[in-house]
Design a protein around this ligand. Structure first.
Ligand code: ADP
Ligand code: MG
Length: 241
């Protein structure tokens, strides 16, 4: 049994004066675990809105967002706010354009903090040790072994983006959504971050949506989609094969 995401007929509008803007217009998409669906398209076409809706941060007007995991299939669009928050914490990894790291925390602490989110009472010492060791392993995996004790201000843009990616993996997500991870990076660092994401997705088997404006990386993706005015269409398939 593998993870998979199936988006069906997803529509979302925003109020715009007396009218409404259609940010997502009957979007359909399927991504299996271990695969990356790239989303390209002009600014303002609805790419970030799609990621926010798929990751339960926005609620669609209509349509379904089904996430299959080994514990069954849930429609993310139909969850209560509370259940959505729990599911996000446990099963969804989110990487935004800006690496919203906490300035006061070191790299390893940024990751460890994920374990304390939503804990209303007490995290056992054993659980803490496990979190620390997982955090160190993930920082290792993103090439930051020597930087675990640095704060964001002591890291480069590319290193901060790596911390961000490692943090999104702390809960071993079934679904990973990544919004323009290379937009603040130069060509070389951008390529290294994409290589890292591809390797991690293959290994951790998360169903992954990746928004990118950089066509140079598209050959590494499993499918490439294009968003224009809220309408998503398939541009190419299995380029990476
Ligand atoms: P992209 O990520 O492709 O640049 P977005 O998903 O951010 O596009 O935006 C899609 C459309 O929805 C744009 O017209 C944008 O202005 C509008 N939009 C996005 N977020 C909101 C919001 N919170 N309220 C109103 N309109 C929004
Ligand atoms: Mg965007």
């Amino acid at each position: 049994m593998t993870n998979a995401l199936t988006v069906s007929d997803l529509t979302l509008t925003f109020p715009d004066g007396t009218d409404r803007i259609t940010a997502l217009d009957h979007v359909n998409l399927r991504v299996r675990g271990g695969e990356i669906a790239a989303i390209t398209g002009p600014s303002g076409s609805g790419k970030s809105t799609l990621l926010a809706t798929v990751s339960t941060l926005l609620r669609p007007d209509s349509g379904r967002v089904e996430l299959e995991t080994e514990s069954g299939t849930v429609d993310l669009a139909a969850l209560s706010r509370r259940d959505a928050a729990t599911l996000r914490r446990e099963s969804i990894g989110i990487v935004f354009q800006q690496s919203n790291l906490v300035p006061a925390l070191t790299a390893v602490e940024q990751l460890e903090a994920m374990v304390h989110l939503g804990q209303t009472w007490f995290v056992s010492p054993a659980r803490r040790r496990e979190a620390r060791s997982r955090a160190r392993d993930l920082l290792d995996a993103v090439g930051l072994a020597g930087h675990a004790d640095k704060r964001p201000a002591q890291l480069s843009g590319g290193q901060r983006q790596r911390v961000n990616i490692a943090r999104a993996l702390m809960n071993d997500p079934s679904l990973l959504v990544i919004d323009e991870p290379t937009s603040a990076l130069d060509q070389e660092r951008g390529a290294a971050v994409i290589d890292l994401i591809v390797g991690i997705v293959r290994e951790h088997r998360a169903a992954t949506l990746l928004v990118t404006h950089d066509r140079a990386h598209l050959h590494q993706m499993d499918t490439v989609h294009r968003m224009v005015d809220g309408v998503l269409s398939l541009e190419s398939e299995a380029l990476a094969a």
